[in-house]
Ligand binder design. Structure first.
Ligand SMILES: NC(=O)c1ccc[n+]([C@@H]2O[C@H](COP(=O)([O-])OP(=O)(O)OC[C@H]3O[C@@H](n4cnc5c(N)ncnc54)[C@H](O)[C@@H]3O)[C@@H](O)[C@H]2O)c1
Ligand SMILES: [Zn+2]
Length: 382
């Protein structure tokens, strides 16, 4: 088992960690009533197994469930969970155990942040994405019809326990979503990690890598290091949003039918394209990135760019916008973000933004994808 310290809270990482004494010990120390909150896909499998483990350790624990799916990460679900807890008279003497992917940690983290003005939460991430990204850093929140994660808090969990054996049941699509966040970490902070991600020929090879636990740990360390320098995203933490300005708009416009990682994969390409256009990033990085994402089987298709005016309106709602002008993270090279006078995000010339969205509309349009596959390499600045 590995233990990292992120700010005030520990992150434990290990195979079959839930069968160890780590979680029971954390719960004993807290002396709180325990409620597992998970999604409908996980309740009968990992939810029930965890419940059995805690029961066998002598804890009284209940399970609350909410519908799986990004469209349910909203204020209504939070309210339903709050009402369920209140009706069962859970008070400040409660600790929530958030068992699931990033959606569960975002939702339950937000719930814990405001319930009775704040109660502890322990994150038990079950997806690769939640392990390498969402469970570290303390961002919580829900979506609104106007955009992603627009309502939420920065609230750190009491602890994070990652049981790597959870990944054994993870569908391939969810593996890909996690891989995208790992590639994002590589792009903003670590060229060596990018090379390592290039080292697997396909998803199956990646899944059986013996260094997978080390890779997960390394990704947690990258995220932790950024977050520790800027917990409230005033400057450096914005780097973690690389690919997300475009990605979040895609998710919103696709009504969350395109998964977070799938949308961010397209976002990484479009935002890299903008960096190439602006003369900051060598075009080879863009073609290497595209090749890497394809190798892992990312679909790279969306209808979201079909109406550019609508896309721009959605883009403006991004939380990094200043006076309704969207701002983007920009790369100079792999692992080297552009930083100008302590600013980690940058405005893009409207003409170049339009050109990038035209490029994206052509390249990622599901109807045209077959054709654009046949175009060798990537053409920029004809
Ligand atoms: N707070 C942050 O810093 C942060 C960072 C990145 C992403 N996020 C958020 O995380 C969410 C995406 O997280 P996600 O990709 O983990 O999605 P998710 O939580 O929706 O999980 C994806 C699917 O996998 C299923 N699942 C989870 N674990 C499983 C397992 N072990 N075996 C089988 N199925 C399993 C879930 O039921 C769900 O259907 C988005 O809402 C995104 O905004 C937050
Ligand atoms: Zn993300």
């Amino acid at each position: 088992m590995i233990q990292l310290q992120c700010g005030d809270y520990p992150i434990f990482l290990g195979d079959h960690l839930f069968q160890s004494d780590v979680l029971p010990q954390l719960c004993r120390d807290l002396r709180k009533r325990l409620v597992i909150i998970t999604d409908t896909n996980l309740v009968d499998t990992h939810g029930k197994a965890l419940w059995d483990i805690l029961l066998a350790q002598g804890f009284f624990v209940e399970i609350l469930t909410f519908s799986a799916g990004e469209m349910y990460k909203n204020r209504a679900t939070k309210q339903e969970l709050e009402d369920a807890l209140l009706s069962k008279q859970y008070g400040r003497d409660t600790c929530l155990l958030a068992l699931g992917g990033g959606l569960v940690s975002d939702m339950v983290g937000f719930l814990a942040a405001t319930y009775c003005r704040g109660i502890p939460v322990i994150y038990l991430p079950t997806t690769l994405l939640a392990m390498v990204d969402a469970s570290v850093g303390g961002k919580t929140g829900v979506n609104t019809p106007l955009g992603k994660n627009l309502i939420g808090t920065f609230t750190q969990p009491h602890a994070v326990c990652m049981d790597l054996s959870m990944l054994q049941t993870l569908p391939d699509r969810e593996w890909r979503n996690g891989i995208v966040e790992m590639i994002k970490h590589a792009l903003i902070a670590d060229a060596d990690l990018f090379r390592k991600m290039q080292g697997s020929d396909n998803l199956q090879v990646f899944q059986s890598r013996t260094d997978l636990p080390a890779l997960i740990q390394h990704n947690c360390e990258i995220k932790k290091s950024v977050v520790e320098q800027d917990e409230h995203e005033q400057h450096m933490r914005q780097l973690l949003n690389f690919g997300h300005t475009i990605g979040h708009a895609i998710e919103t416009l696709e009504d969350y039918q395109v998964a977070h990682g799938e949308a961010v994969a397209i976002g990484l390409l479009v935002e890299s394209y903008m960096a190439v256009q602006a003369g900051h990033l060598p075009s080879k990085v863009l073609s290497d990135l595209q090749e890497l994402l394809k190798k892992y089987g990312l679909p790279l298709q969306t209808k979201a760019f079909a109406d550019q005016a609508v896309f721009l309106q959605t883009l403006v709602l991004d939380k990094k916008s200043v006076q309704s002008i969207p701002r983007f993270v920009c790369l100079k090279d792999i692992g080297q973000p552009l930083v100008i006078k302590d600013s980690y995000t940058h405005q893009v010339d409207p003409k170049q933004l339009k050109q990038a969205l035209d490029w994206a509309a052509e390249r990622f349009n599901p109807r045209l994808c077959e054709r654009s596959e046949a175009i060798p390499g990537i053409k920029i600045r004809e």
